[in-house]
Design a protein around this ligand. Structure first.
Ligand code: G3H
Ligand code: 13P
Ligand code: ZN
Length: 317
Protein backbone atom coordinates (compact mmCIF):
# COMPACT_ATOMS: atom_id res chain seq x y z
CA UNK A 1 0.00 0.00 0.00
CA UNK A 2 1.66 3.28 -1.07
CA UNK A 3 1.12 6.59 0.73
CA UNK A 4 -2.29 8.05 -0.07
CA UNK A 5 -3.72 11.55 -0.40
CA UNK A 6 -6.61 12.67 1.80
CA UNK A 7 -9.55 12.40 -0.64
CA UNK A 8 -10.81 8.88 0.09
CA UNK A 9 -10.11 9.22 3.81
CA UNK A 10 -12.05 12.44 4.13
CA UNK A 11 -14.96 11.17 2.04
CA UNK A 12 -15.21 8.07 4.26
CA UNK A 13 -14.92 10.19 7.40
CA UNK A 14 -17.62 12.67 6.38
CA UNK A 15 -20.00 10.02 5.11
CA UNK A 16 -19.71 8.01 8.31
CA UNK A 17 -19.44 10.77 10.92
CA UNK A 18 -15.94 10.12 12.19
CA UNK A 19 -12.61 11.98 12.04
CA UNK A 20 -9.13 10.85 11.05
CA UNK A 21 -6.40 11.41 13.64
CA UNK A 22 -3.54 13.60 12.43
CA UNK A 23 -0.57 13.03 14.72
CA UNK A 24 2.66 15.03 14.74
CA UNK A 25 5.91 13.14 14.25
CA UNK A 26 9.31 14.37 15.39
CA UNK A 27 11.30 11.19 15.96
CA UNK A 28 11.28 7.41 15.63
CA UNK A 29 9.63 6.64 18.97
CA UNK A 30 6.66 8.91 18.24
CA UNK A 31 6.26 7.43 14.78
CA UNK A 32 6.41 3.85 16.03
CA UNK A 33 4.02 4.51 18.90
CA UNK A 34 1.48 6.12 16.55
CA UNK A 35 1.73 3.53 13.78
CA UNK A 36 1.72 0.51 16.13
CA UNK A 37 -1.47 1.79 17.77
CA UNK A 38 -3.20 2.42 14.43
CA UNK A 39 -2.14 -0.99 13.17
CA UNK A 40 -3.58 -2.67 16.25
CA UNK A 41 -6.80 -0.67 15.82
CA UNK A 42 -6.91 -0.91 12.02
CA UNK A 43 -7.22 2.88 11.83
CA UNK A 44 -6.37 5.09 8.83
CA UNK A 45 -3.96 7.84 9.82
CA UNK A 46 -2.28 11.09 8.94
CA UNK A 47 1.32 11.60 9.97
CA UNK A 48 2.06 15.29 10.07
CA UNK A 49 5.37 17.02 10.08
CA UNK A 50 5.95 20.66 10.97
CA UNK A 51 8.71 22.94 9.74
CA UNK A 52 10.29 22.53 13.19
CA UNK A 53 10.15 18.73 12.94
CA UNK A 54 11.83 18.87 9.53
CA UNK A 55 14.62 20.94 11.00
CA UNK A 56 14.96 18.77 14.12
CA UNK A 57 14.97 15.33 12.53
CA UNK A 58 16.15 15.91 8.94
CA UNK A 59 13.36 15.06 6.51
CA UNK A 60 15.39 12.33 4.79
CA UNK A 61 15.48 10.33 8.03
CA UNK A 62 11.81 10.93 8.74
CA UNK A 63 10.69 9.99 5.21
CA UNK A 64 12.77 6.79 5.31
CA UNK A 65 11.14 5.84 8.63
CA UNK A 66 7.69 6.68 7.30
CA UNK A 67 8.21 4.56 4.20
CA UNK A 68 9.05 1.61 6.44
CA UNK A 69 5.93 2.30 8.52
CA UNK A 70 3.78 2.31 5.37
CA UNK A 71 5.18 -1.04 4.21
CA UNK A 72 5.10 -2.67 7.62
CA UNK A 73 1.60 -1.55 8.58
CA UNK A 74 -0.27 -1.94 5.28
CA UNK A 75 -2.48 0.94 6.47
CA UNK A 76 -3.65 3.90 4.38
CA UNK A 77 -1.26 6.63 5.54
CA UNK A 78 -1.06 10.30 4.49
CA UNK A 79 2.18 12.25 4.97
CA UNK A 80 1.19 15.83 5.56
CA UNK A 81 3.04 19.12 6.06
CA UNK A 82 1.65 20.82 9.18
CA UNK A 83 1.40 24.63 9.09
CA UNK A 84 3.40 25.26 5.92
CA UNK A 85 4.03 29.01 5.81
CA UNK A 86 5.40 29.62 2.30
CA UNK A 87 4.84 28.37 -1.24
CA UNK A 88 8.50 27.32 -1.36
CA UNK A 89 8.20 25.06 1.70
CA UNK A 90 5.00 23.46 0.35
CA UNK A 91 6.64 22.92 -3.04
CA UNK A 92 9.68 21.34 -1.43
CA UNK A 93 7.49 18.91 0.52
CA UNK A 94 5.45 18.05 -2.57
CA UNK A 95 8.67 17.41 -4.49
CA UNK A 96 9.89 15.15 -1.64
CA UNK A 97 6.80 12.93 -1.84
CA UNK A 98 4.39 14.37 0.75
CA UNK A 99 0.85 13.41 -0.21
CA UNK A 100 -0.74 16.40 1.50
CA UNK A 101 0.38 19.88 2.55
CA UNK A 102 -1.09 22.63 4.65
CA UNK A 103 -0.58 26.20 3.56
CA UNK A 104 -1.42 28.32 6.56
CA UNK A 105 -2.06 31.84 5.36
CA UNK A 106 -4.52 32.56 8.18
CA UNK A 107 -2.43 35.40 9.61
CA UNK A 108 -2.31 37.19 6.24
CA UNK A 109 -5.02 39.55 4.97
CA UNK A 110 -7.87 37.61 3.27
CA UNK A 111 -6.89 38.35 -0.35
CA UNK A 112 -3.28 37.45 0.32
CA UNK A 113 -4.34 34.17 1.96
CA UNK A 114 -6.38 33.37 -1.17
CA UNK A 115 -3.50 34.17 -3.51
CA UNK A 116 -0.98 32.07 -1.55
CA UNK A 117 -3.36 29.13 -1.08
CA UNK A 118 -4.31 29.13 -4.77
CA UNK A 119 -0.65 29.12 -5.78
CA UNK A 120 -0.05 26.01 -3.63
CA UNK A 121 -3.25 24.31 -4.88
CA UNK A 122 -2.33 24.93 -8.52
CA UNK A 123 1.07 23.31 -7.99
CA UNK A 124 -0.16 20.41 -5.80
CA UNK A 125 -3.07 19.54 -8.08
CA UNK A 126 -1.00 19.58 -11.25
CA UNK A 127 1.31 16.78 -10.06
CA UNK A 128 1.13 13.36 -11.71
CA UNK A 129 0.27 11.93 -8.30
CA UNK A 130 -2.42 14.09 -6.67
CA UNK A 131 -1.37 16.03 -3.59
CA UNK A 132 -4.05 17.36 -1.22
CA UNK A 133 -4.01 20.88 0.16
CA UNK A 134 -5.35 22.06 3.52
CA UNK A 135 -5.80 25.79 4.07
CA UNK A 136 -6.78 27.83 7.12
CA UNK A 137 -9.24 30.64 7.65
CA UNK A 138 -9.84 32.37 10.97
CA UNK A 139 -7.40 32.61 13.89
CA UNK A 140 -6.59 30.08 16.62
CA UNK A 141 -5.06 30.64 20.03
CA UNK A 142 -1.73 29.38 21.39
CA UNK A 143 1.64 29.49 19.70
CA UNK A 144 2.60 27.51 16.64
CA UNK A 145 6.08 27.86 15.16
CA UNK A 146 6.75 31.60 15.46
CA UNK A 147 3.16 32.80 15.04
CA UNK A 148 1.55 34.01 18.27
CA UNK A 149 -2.15 33.15 18.41
CA UNK A 150 -5.24 34.88 19.70
CA UNK A 151 -5.76 35.24 23.50
CA UNK A 152 -8.34 32.93 25.12
CA UNK A 153 -10.79 35.78 25.78
CA UNK A 154 -10.65 36.80 22.10
CA UNK A 155 -10.95 33.34 20.51
CA UNK A 156 -14.61 33.85 19.64
CA UNK A 157 -13.88 37.16 17.85
CA UNK A 158 -11.69 35.39 15.29
CA UNK A 159 -13.85 32.41 14.35
CA UNK A 160 -14.04 31.41 10.69
CA UNK A 161 -16.64 33.44 8.80
CA UNK A 162 -18.98 31.07 6.86
CA UNK A 163 -19.44 33.49 3.92
CA UNK A 164 -15.69 33.87 3.58
CA UNK A 165 -15.18 30.10 3.92
CA UNK A 166 -17.47 29.37 0.95
CA UNK A 167 -15.87 32.06 -1.18
CA UNK A 168 -12.35 31.02 -0.13
CA UNK A 169 -12.86 27.37 -1.09
CA UNK A 170 -14.37 28.37 -4.45
CA UNK A 171 -11.54 30.74 -5.27
CA UNK A 172 -8.64 28.52 -4.14
CA UNK A 173 -9.79 24.93 -4.79
CA UNK A 174 -8.35 23.76 -1.45
CA UNK A 175 -9.24 20.16 -0.49
CA UNK A 176 -9.97 20.87 3.18
CA UNK A 177 -10.25 23.87 5.43
CA UNK A 178 -8.90 24.28 8.96
CA UNK A 179 -11.41 26.38 10.84
CA UNK A 180 -11.20 28.48 13.96
CA UNK A 181 -13.95 27.17 16.24
CA UNK A 182 -12.59 28.03 19.68
CA UNK A 183 -9.59 25.69 19.97
CA UNK A 184 -5.97 26.70 20.43
CA UNK A 185 -2.54 25.10 20.22
CA UNK A 186 -0.52 23.83 23.17
CA UNK A 187 -1.21 22.67 26.73
CA UNK A 188 -2.87 25.82 28.09
CA UNK A 189 -5.97 26.20 25.98
CA UNK A 190 -8.50 27.37 28.53
CA UNK A 191 -8.42 28.96 31.99
CA UNK A 192 -12.15 28.53 32.40
CA UNK A 193 -14.59 25.95 30.97
CA UNK A 194 -13.87 25.22 27.29
CA UNK A 195 -16.39 26.61 24.82
CA UNK A 196 -16.32 25.39 21.24
CA UNK A 197 -18.43 26.86 18.44
CA UNK A 198 -20.36 23.77 17.34
CA UNK A 199 -22.99 26.04 15.80
CA UNK A 200 -20.31 27.27 13.41
CA UNK A 201 -19.43 23.67 12.40
CA UNK A 202 -23.14 23.00 11.85
CA UNK A 203 -23.52 26.10 9.69
CA UNK A 204 -20.46 25.27 7.60
CA UNK A 205 -21.59 21.68 7.08
CA UNK A 206 -25.11 22.76 6.13
CA UNK A 207 -23.76 25.24 3.60
CA UNK A 208 -21.09 22.90 2.21
CA UNK A 209 -22.34 19.34 2.76
CA UNK A 210 -19.55 16.76 2.55
CA UNK A 211 -16.77 19.34 2.55
CA UNK A 212 -13.98 18.22 4.93
CA UNK A 213 -13.25 20.58 7.82
CA UNK A 214 -10.12 20.34 9.96
CA UNK A 215 -9.77 21.04 13.66
CA UNK A 216 -6.36 22.11 14.95
CA UNK A 217 -5.44 22.49 18.61
CA UNK A 218 -7.40 19.39 19.56
CA UNK A 219 -5.31 17.89 22.35
CA UNK A 220 -7.30 17.04 25.45
CA UNK A 221 -4.37 17.48 27.85
CA UNK A 222 -5.21 14.40 29.98
CA UNK A 223 -5.10 15.46 33.62
CA UNK A 224 -3.49 12.17 34.71
CA UNK A 225 -0.50 13.00 32.50
CA UNK A 226 -0.28 16.53 33.92
CA UNK A 227 -0.42 15.09 37.45
CA UNK A 228 2.33 12.60 36.57
CA UNK A 229 4.52 15.35 35.10
CA UNK A 230 4.00 17.57 38.17
CA UNK A 231 4.54 14.65 40.58
CA UNK A 232 7.86 13.72 39.01
CA UNK A 233 9.54 17.11 38.98
CA UNK A 234 7.72 18.96 36.20
CA UNK A 235 5.77 22.18 36.45
CA UNK A 236 2.66 22.52 34.31
CA UNK A 237 0.10 24.29 36.47
CA UNK A 238 -3.40 24.84 35.07
CA UNK A 239 -2.86 22.98 31.80
CA UNK A 240 -6.24 22.29 30.15
CA UNK A 241 -7.41 20.94 26.79
CA UNK A 242 -10.44 20.14 24.66
CA UNK A 243 -12.81 17.61 26.29
CA UNK A 244 -12.77 14.33 24.39
CA UNK A 245 -16.56 14.30 23.89
CA UNK A 246 -16.08 17.46 21.82
CA UNK A 247 -13.79 15.58 19.44
CA UNK A 248 -16.32 12.82 18.87
CA UNK A 249 -19.01 15.45 18.34
CA UNK A 250 -16.85 17.38 15.85
CA UNK A 251 -16.45 14.20 13.76
CA UNK A 252 -20.22 14.03 13.44
CA UNK A 253 -20.37 17.68 12.33
CA UNK A 254 -18.14 17.53 9.26
CA UNK A 255 -14.68 17.64 10.86
CA UNK A 256 -12.72 15.01 8.93
CA UNK A 257 -9.24 15.64 10.41
CA UNK A 258 -8.35 16.27 14.03
CA UNK A 259 -4.83 17.44 14.91
CA UNK A 260 -3.10 16.12 18.01
CA UNK A 261 0.46 16.94 18.99
CA UNK A 262 0.55 18.22 22.58
CA UNK A 263 -0.98 15.02 24.05
CA UNK A 264 1.78 12.92 22.45
CA UNK A 265 4.41 15.22 23.96
CA UNK A 266 2.75 14.94 27.36
CA UNK A 267 2.63 11.12 27.24
CA UNK A 268 6.30 10.96 26.27
CA UNK A 269 7.41 13.50 28.88
CA UNK A 270 5.32 12.09 31.75
CA UNK A 271 6.78 8.62 31.18
CA UNK A 272 10.39 9.75 30.92
CA UNK A 273 10.05 11.90 34.06
CA UNK A 274 8.63 8.94 36.00
CA UNK A 275 11.45 6.60 34.94
CA UNK A 276 14.10 9.19 35.81
CA UNK A 277 12.70 9.76 39.29
CA UNK A 278 11.93 6.12 40.09
CA UNK A 279 15.17 4.76 38.64
CA UNK A 280 17.79 7.48 39.11
CA UNK A 281 20.62 5.19 38.02
CA UNK A 282 18.99 4.39 34.67
CA UNK A 283 20.98 5.65 31.70
CA UNK A 284 20.10 3.29 28.86
CA UNK A 285 17.84 5.33 26.52
CA UNK A 286 15.95 2.18 25.56
CA UNK A 287 14.74 1.89 29.13
CA UNK A 288 13.08 5.30 29.15
CA UNK A 289 12.31 5.84 25.46
CA UNK A 290 10.84 2.33 25.25
CA UNK A 291 8.19 2.94 27.95
CA UNK A 292 7.62 6.43 26.50
CA UNK A 293 6.92 4.90 23.09
CA UNK A 294 4.48 2.48 24.75
CA UNK A 295 2.72 5.43 26.43
CA UNK A 296 2.35 7.16 23.05
CA UNK A 297 0.93 3.94 21.61
CA UNK A 298 -1.64 3.62 24.41
CA UNK A 299 -2.64 7.25 24.01
CA UNK A 300 -3.13 6.96 20.23
CA UNK A 301 -5.04 3.67 20.61
CA UNK A 302 -7.44 5.54 22.90
CA UNK A 303 -7.67 8.61 20.60
CA UNK A 304 -8.65 6.65 17.51
CA UNK A 305 -11.55 5.13 19.47
CA UNK A 306 -12.63 8.64 20.55
CA UNK A 307 -12.38 9.99 16.98
CA UNK A 308 -14.31 6.99 15.65
CA UNK A 309 -11.68 6.00 13.05
CA UNK A 310 -10.70 2.72 14.76
CA UNK A 311 -11.58 -0.20 12.47
CA UNK A 312 -12.12 2.12 9.48
CA UNK A 313 -8.88 1.57 7.49
CA UNK A 314 -10.62 -0.54 4.85
CA UNK A 315 -13.08 2.28 4.07
CA UNK A 316 -10.13 4.47 3.05
CA UNK A 317 -8.33 2.15 0.62
O1 G3H B 1 0.62 23.36 15.59
C1 G3H B 1 1.80 23.11 15.77
C2 G3H B 1 2.24 21.73 16.04
O2 G3H B 1 1.95 21.36 17.37
C3 G3H B 1 3.69 21.57 15.70
O3 G3H B 1 4.50 22.18 16.65
O4 G3H B 1 6.01 23.65 15.33
O5 G3H B 1 6.60 22.92 17.66
O6 G3H B 1 6.65 21.29 15.76
P1 G3H B 1 6.04 22.53 16.31
P1 13P C 1 -2.41 20.55 19.94
O1 13P C 1 -1.36 21.50 20.43
O2 13P C 1 -3.71 20.78 20.62
O3 13P C 1 -1.97 19.13 20.03
O4 13P C 1 -2.66 20.87 18.39
C1 13P C 1 -1.81 20.34 17.40
C2 13P C 1 -2.03 20.96 16.07
O5 13P C 1 -3.01 21.63 15.80
C3 13P C 1 -1.01 20.70 15.06
O6 13P C 1 -1.25 21.40 13.89
ZN1 ZN D 1 -2.17 23.31 14.18
Amino acid sequence: MPLVDTRKMFAAANQNGFAIGAFNVNNMELLQGIVDACKEKNAPLILQISKGARKYANMKYLMALINVAVQESGLPIVVHLDHGDTFELCKQCIDEGFTSVMIDGSHHPYEENIKLTKQVCDYAHSQKVYVSVEAELGRLGGIEEDVVGVKEEDLHKFLTDPDQAEDFIKQTGCDSLAVACGTSHGAYKFKTAPKLAFDLLETLTKRMPGYPLVMHGSSSVPQELIEQINKFGGSMPNAMGVPEEALTQAGKLGVAKINIDTDLRLALTATIRKVFVEKPSEFDPRNYLGPAREAVKNLVAHKVEILGCAGKANLCL
